[in-house]
Write a protein that binds this ligand. Structure first.
Ligand code: FES
Length: 109
């Protein structure tokens, strides 16, 4: 087991470093929710809702390539950028060590 470290920027610009174990096969969306971030994730991680939208401010080139489902879903978002990803499609492993994610999806009440 290794602890994977990465930065998370909240909607208010607050930046925190998270350390998440890599042996629980969590997605970034699940790790953010477990760390008390307000993430809607309506579809539960199926790449069907896009409410887990994040911007990858650092480390985009190290991530596994985006798949078609994720790309199609991101295409539905008016605020998607070239470095947008869905947090539910990113796994917690050494590929995201040192990355910086900014949360963009809507908050729940
Ligand atoms: S949780 Fe729905 S697309 Fe990621």
């Amino acid at each position: 087991m290794a602890l994977i470290k990465f930065k998370v920027e909240n909607r208010d610009g607050n930046i925190q470093e998270l350390e998440i174990p890599d042996d629980m096969s969590l997605s970034l969306m699940e790790a953010l929710k477990a760390s008390e971030y307000n993430i809607l994730a309506t579809c539960g991680g199926m790449a069907l809702c896009a409410t887990c939208h994040v911007q990858v401010k650092e480390g985009l080139d190290k991530l596994p390539l985006i798949n078609e489902d994720e790309l199609d879903m991101l295409d539905t978002l008016p605020d998607a950028m070239h470095d947008s990803r869905l947090a539910c499609q990113i796994r917690i492993n050494d590929k995201i060590e040192g990355s910086w994610f900014r949360i963009l999806g809507p908050e729940h009440e």
